[in-house]
Design a protein around this ligand. Sequence first.
Ligand SMILES: [Zn+2]
Length: 417
Amino acid sequence: MREDARDAALRVNEERLWLRHAEMAKIGAIPGNGVNRAALSREDIAARKLLLSWAVQRSFTVSIDAIGNLFVRRAGSEANAAPVMTGSHMDSQPRGGRFDGIYGVLAGLEALEAMNEAGVTTRRPIEVVAWTNEEGGRFAPCTMGSMVFTGARPLADVLDVTDNEGIKLRDALAETLAATPLATKREFNSPVAGYIEAHIEQGPLLENAGKTVGVVTGIQGLRWFNIEVSGKTDHAGTTPLALRKDAMRDAVAIINALTELTDDPADVTRFTVGRMLVTPNSPNSVASHVLFSVDVRHPDPQTIKRLGEAVEPLARKAAKHCDVKVTPTLRDDPCVFDADVTNAVEAAAKGLELTHMRLSSGASHDAMYMARVCPTGMIFVPCEKGVSHNEAENATSADLAAGARVLTAALVELANR
Ligand SMILES: [Zn+2]
């Protein structure tokens, strides 16, 4: 590891990082230790102001783009070099925790401060970004800020989205932008040399393995389908089985076939039927119609492609009595992170003598969109029992600091390439 990368990493201040999580958790605090900080809300604005108050103390410069993504910049020795970026999001689920998202922003800021305190100069500038509306709890879709920043969807596409109270995104956004008048305007899709996002794992793998640092290799892909099985309703007592067109029986046969398809001794494949609508939904009647959802996930591009393509033919084959209609409803291809960034994260963990393992992310993150425009990676730290999107979400101060140290070292490394 570079000497300056180690110096900066060792300046990460565990107590400062922890206290900032506590400060942020007061904004939108809900019972049970949780946080409700919807995107572009009054609470979101308060979090942005608090972040900026810390940034200006260090004379970091601040910019904001037209979707409200907020950037805190530490200068490099080459002012015009494309920056290396880190960050995450400050919005939360309605019953969210104190670490999801905000950790990546605060760890990024801590990294910049640690570099200051170590007197480290990097060739490239380093920026901490707080992406707008990652959670999508108030305005759909999720990961909106990184989606628009990277040009995956134009800003105009999302401005008229409304929340449950009928408030338009454009109006909430205008209020948010007006609340940080000192931030300079920033263009979308400005060049980025690399991106590393730190995040709590939101799953149990690190804790179960007793490791401190997750070197994230990518984000798994997913396929969603609606499957509709149409038969005929009949009297449950009088109609012989041979004469029935029982939609429930065929639905169960399809689910069994898909369970077999997705059987994976390594337990990497995810298969879920989370929703089922039965008509007429009466104990006394044969079901005429069953609609259910299918969610299949896997990190490997070939595997998810194979599984996704197998769903419809398998469903048709399994249904012996009824008509079957399969409708794909969502498709996210797996994202495989850049080998150089992944290696830099792993080398940092190794150099700092922290226990670590490679794993892929089960949840989506802004890093998914950044991976389309620049070399990208992620760092995970454990969260208690894997609980997230829940007030009870918890992490230890030592693990958060360890992740921030790895982040700091990897950023210094990448910002000098
Ligand atoms: Zn998150």
